[in-house]
Design a protein around this ligand. Structure first.
Ligand code: NIG
Ligand code: FE
Length: 411
């Protein structure tokens, strides 16, 4: 099966195969071909170039993309899409004056979602999650990381991870799984957090690694959740079991979590709404990807990650949704890209790089996803007819996507 896309107004993010990450000033450059064609065989990009050089290429199916832009699908490197029910009551409570912290302190928040999930069957949890995944694919996401963390017991965490495994099997998009057992201290361990960390380290990590249910280990390193000592124990044990760290840090407080992530060679450190100079310095000497989650900042009305400062310091940056029921009930990467431009002062080129190639890096899959490169998976967004690619983040809140192609097939 071959598919030829012709007359593409502009083909974005065309890269040589050795490029796996884009940093600093290079993020301002989005290599592209105007008036382009793209040839797909089965699920793979095999050729592309200018329409002037198309010669007499043939294919089983041809799409005319006149006036349309083609780019790689979004790589959403941070989500919690496997959850049960929603938390719109907490949303209303916040409108009426409670803070996210107040809600968590009275047993809402993550503990509320954990209780719901523990009382939901695996089948129901799968159905709810599959619906979300289907929706985000239609919004242009072609690779996604999904975390556990609303189980908080061994049994419920395994249930979440099995649901992620089934999503991986049933959907054509690339799925990466993360064990986030240390997401909050469960009610039963309220006065004995160390015993819960013991459970994570001695039972959950070995069992999950043994069943090969996760690629990554995560922890919510934050005041009132897990401190540096807990974080270190969890990351160290995770690594010993082959799970690579990808962590929640600096959402509300900066106290060295970024350095701890780097010490254990975290693939990414995510959130970073609060950053100090030391955090930036430590990232400079690492291969760790900083990840910003602007929809979370938007929804909770908290500061945005200082992405401008990170990029200007020569660092790379990835953008992801954080799709979850509490802080970000949205998996729309188009909104993330817009919000990064509007609120974080990222240029459209920087935001698109951050949401494609750098997102792929933050999932360890940039060898196969995140750019238009011969040999990579044919996961593509074809836009509607729009004046330029900057129009996508500019005309925010509107759907500019006409078609999504996953593994060479129209989704
Ligand atoms: O990434 N910060 C920690 N975890 C999630 C939100 C969890 C929740 O409120 O359910 C996040 O924002
Ligand atoms: Fe998160």
């Amino acid at each position: 099966m071959s598919l030829l896309i012709k007359n593409i107004k502009e083909l974005l993010q065309v890269r040589e195969s050795h490029i796996s990450v884009v940093k600093g000033k290079d993020m301002r450059v989005l290599p592209s071909i105007k008036n382009a064609y793209l040839l797909i065989e089965h699920d793979t990009i095999v050729d592309y170039g200018s329409m002037d050089d198309i010669q007499n290429l043939e294919a089983d199916k041809i799409i005319d993309a006149s006036g349309k832009i083609v780019l790689p699908t979004w790589c959403d490197s941070h989500t919690h899409i496997v959850y049960a029910g929603n938390r719109e009551q907490e949303f209303v409570d916040r409108i009426n004056g409670l803070s996210y912290e107040d809600i968590a302190n009275r047993g809402g928040g993550i503990l509320n979602s954990a209780e719901k999930l523990q009382n939901t069957t695996e089948e129901d949890l799968y159905q709810q999650s599959a619906k979300r995944l289907k929706n985000v694919i239609k919004l242009g996401t072609g690779a996604i990381e999904i975390k556990s963390g609303y189980g908080l017991t061994l049994e419920a965490e395994l249930k979440m991870l099995r649901v992620i495994k089934r999503l991986k099997k049933e959907f054509p998009v690339k799925v990466r799984a993360t064990l986030l057992a240390a997401h909050a201290v469960p009610k039963a361990y309220k006065n004995n957090k160390t015993a819960f960390v013991d459970l994570v380290v001695n039972k959950m990590i070995p069992e999950v690694a043994n069943e090969k249910l996760a690629n990554y280990i995560d922890v919510f390193c934050e005041k009132g959740y897990f401190d540096l000592e807990d974080t270190e124990r969890i990351l160290k044990t995770g690594r010993e079991h082959g799970l690579i760290p990808k962590i929640h840090v600096n959402q509300f407080n900066a106290f060295g979590g970024v350095g701890m992530g780097v010490k254990y060679q975290a693939l990414s450190v995510d959130h970073l709404e609060q950053m100090d100079q030391e955090d930036i310095e430590v990232l400079k000497n690492s291969d760790t990807m900083p990840v910003a989650l602007p929809s979370c900042s938007y929804f909770l009305s908290i500061p945005y990650t200082p992405g401008r400062q990170l990029i200007d310091a020569g660092l790379p940056l990835a953008l992801a949704t954080d799709y979850n029921p509490g802080s970000t009930p949205s998996g729309n990467m188009n909104f993330v890209v817009s919000t990064a431009c509007i609120k974080m002062k990222m240029t459209p080129e920087e935001a698109i790089n951050a949401a494609t190639i750098n997102g792929a890096y933050a999932m360890g899959i940039s060898n196969m996803y995140g750019s238009i490169t011969k040999g990579k998976k044919a996961n593509l967004i074809i836009t509607k007819e729009i004046p330029s690619y900057a129009f996508m983040p500019y005309a925010f809140g509107e759907n500019h996507i006409e078609q999504v192609i996953i593994n060479g097939l129209i989704y």
